[in-house]
Design a protein around this ligand. Structure first.
Ligand code: MG
Length: 171
């Protein structure tokens, strides 16, 4: 059994993670269209990760005896000014998600739901990484500026990213 408020906010987080997946898939499509296939690959894996985050919370809800209720996913934007503005939106979005995760833990703390606090702590660590990863690409893009051959090399680097299934406590 799970507290009603905690169940509600966790259900809402499933939707937010799926929206994140949708947003990053849209960004992947944008990069494919621009011929930046390494960036497109990075975003596609980012989308896969977000889908996996949604499923981690989905499974947690089921394990706690809560019904999962899926709601409509908002349409993401599909156009940006340039690569830098895409990555700046990623960072902004991840900072927003960090706030959402903090809110979940605050509510779980109010009702002393230690299982949710413990599980969601994994997401706290994950958010530090998410923010650092996007910040790292932003810094590189700022260094690159208008240098097309440097952009080509960064795109090549991002092409090497592979999807690793996220797990919590080995599950
Ligand atoms: Mg996420």
């Amino acid at each position: 059994m799970i507290n009603e408020k905690v169940g509600k906010i966790l259900n809402s987080q499933v939707n937010k993670e799926l929206y994140s997946a949708y947003l990053y898939l849209s960004m992947s499509a944008y990069f494919s269209d621009k011929g930046l296939l390494g960036f497109a690959n990075w975003m596609r894996i980012q989308a896969q990760e977000e889908q996996a985050h949604a499923m981690l919370i989905y499974d947690f809800l089921i394990n706690r005896g809560e019904k999962v209720v899926l709601t409509a996913i908002d349409a993401p934007p599909n156009n940006w000014e340039n690569s830098l503005s895409v990555m700046e939106e990623v960072l902004k979005h991840e900072v927003y998600v960090t706030g959402l995760i903090n809110d979940i833990i605050s509510i779980a703390e109010e009702v002393k739901d230690r299982a949710t606090i413990s599980y969601m702590n994994w997401f706290i660590d994950e958010q530090v990484e998410e923010e650092a990863n996007s910040q790292d690409i932003i810094s590189k893009l700022k260094l690159i500026g208008e240098d097309k051959s440097a952009l080509y090399l960064l795109d090549k680097d991002l092409a090497a990213r592979v999807f690793v299934q996220p797990t919590i406590n080995g599950k």
